[in-house]
Ligand binder design. Structure first.
Ligand SMILES: *Cc1c(COP(=O)(O)O)cnc(C)c1O
Length: 400
């Protein structure tokens, strides 16, 4: 059990707390599920990019899936070997491509013909061959929130099968490109297996048709997206997930790459915030806390559900909105949620805040971003200090 009260007293609120033991369990569970084949778990850095989180995963053997050169640098800095690092994303700048190629990472995952031309050009200039994979958009509805759905043609991600085929042929004929992988990622917070299996099957067929024309791809990258329990969702068991993917790969000897973000860290994290006041407007009850949408955006951005708990409080619950101090009506953590009566200073724990929490935090309303604390083998360690007012203004210049 984590002593949230003690942590809140010591580090103040709002505060992020991550249980590193949980991250280890998640990694081992997934690695085991994929043990029937050659596999690489490449953690999606964007879910939680704290250097200590990355270092912890590096120590277990994890790779990294990055969506900016900054994330690639974080991964390298924390000791993830370059041959386990992937660089994905629809819009890479020339300087990002060049730096990634110079770092000699495992591969660049490409999402358009135009991007491939840029990568070819830059690799040629450097006199090297760029290892690439192509993100295929299999046009599958993943049945998740539209903002985190990526595998339909209406989304901006990847290329259609025909375009992919054309790109592989072109890459295979290029001196400067080495097509080593194929990739798809149909969405996030996936809780149904069928769409994943369908997508894998479509992409595996493409691999076979490429093989028929002597283009041999080694890495089968199934993206991330494994869902977690926020409320009472039925989620996909890692073993079933791996088996579903394996079942589409008969006859193919490929290394399976999997890029989980949320699955790895989501339920390791807690967001701690303190009650400031309560008030009632026309019969509607509000509990106002010192954390806000700038600290944890998911409820505002996706109308996401997070379990909330008022520590050590009993008493008759009544429905309330749990809201922050930011000047936006969208600034809430929970709506119409049964909560016990609260007093100023009561501690509220927002659960499942380890993924897409701190990384999406901003300084809106000139609010410093929270500190982050890790629980490692029962001991706590501060892994990011709270920002100060000075941090917030230090890059600004007063020109008048
Ligand atoms: C965001 C993303 C992931 C991770 O998604 P999760 O839902 O957090 O597992 C993996 N791969 C790619 C290409 C992504 O964009």
């Amino acid at each position: 059990m984590i002593d949230f009260k003690q942590l809140a007293d010591k580090y103040d609120t709002p505060l992020y707390v991550y249980d590193f033991g949980h991250i280890s369990e998640r990694y081992e569970e997934l690695k085991k599920a994929f043990s029937g084949r050659k596999s690489l778990i490449s953690y999606a850095v964007k879910a939680n990019s704290n250097l200590s989180v990355l270092k912890h995963l590096a120590a277990m053997g994890s790779g990294a899936d990055c969506v900016s050169i900054g994330e690639v640098k974080r991964a390298l800095m924390s000791g993830i070997p370059k041959y386990k690092i992937i660089f994905s994303g629809v819009g890479k700048r020339d300087d990002e491509i060049e730096e990634a190629l110079k770092e000699d990472i495992l591969l660049l995952n490409l999402e358009s013909e135009a991007e491939m031309e840029r990568v070819e050009e830059i690799a040629k200039g450097l006199g090297i061959q760029a290892r690439i994979s192509i993100r295929v958009n299999p046009n599958i509805d993943p049945k998740t929130h539209p903002y985190i759905s990526t595998g339909l043609h209406e989304n901006k991600f990847g290329v259609d099968i025909e375009t992919a085929k054309r790109m592989y042929i072109k890459a295979n004929n290029s001196q400067s490109l080495d097509p080593v992988g194929i990739h798809f990622h149909i969405g996030s917070q996936l809780t149904e297996l069928e769409p994943i299996k369908e997508a894998a099957s479509i992409v595996a067929d493409l691999v076979r048709s490429l093989r028929a024309i002597k283009i041999d791809i080694r890495f089968f990258d199934v993206g991330g997206g494994l869902g977690i329990v926020y409320e009472n969702e039925e989620t996909i068991a890692p073993y079933d997930y791996a088996q579903a993917i394996f079942s589409t790969l008969h006859g193919l000897d490929m290394t399976v790459i999997c890029e989980p973000g949320r699955f790895m860290v989501g339920n390791s994290g807690y967001f701690l915030t303190k009650v400031l006041y309560e008030k009632v407007n026309e019969g509607r009850r509000f509990v106002i806390v010192d954390g806000a949408m700038n600290d944890l955006l998911r409820p505002s951005l996706y109308n996401a559900y997070h379990r909330v708990e008022v520590v050590g409080k009993e008493g008759e619950e009544s429905e309330a909105d749990l809201v922050g101090p930011v000047c936006e009506s969208g600034d809430f953590f929970a709506k119409n949620r049964p909560l016990p009566p609260t007093e100023p200073g009561d501690l509220v724990v927002v659960h499942s805040a380890g993924a897409y929490g701190f990384v999406m935090a901003s300084n809106y309303n000139t609010r410093p971003r929270p500190a982050e604390v890790a629980i490692i083998e029962g001991r706590e360690k501060c892994i990011r200090v709270r920002e100060s007012f000075e941090d917030l203004v230090k890059l600004e210049k007063m020109c008048l």
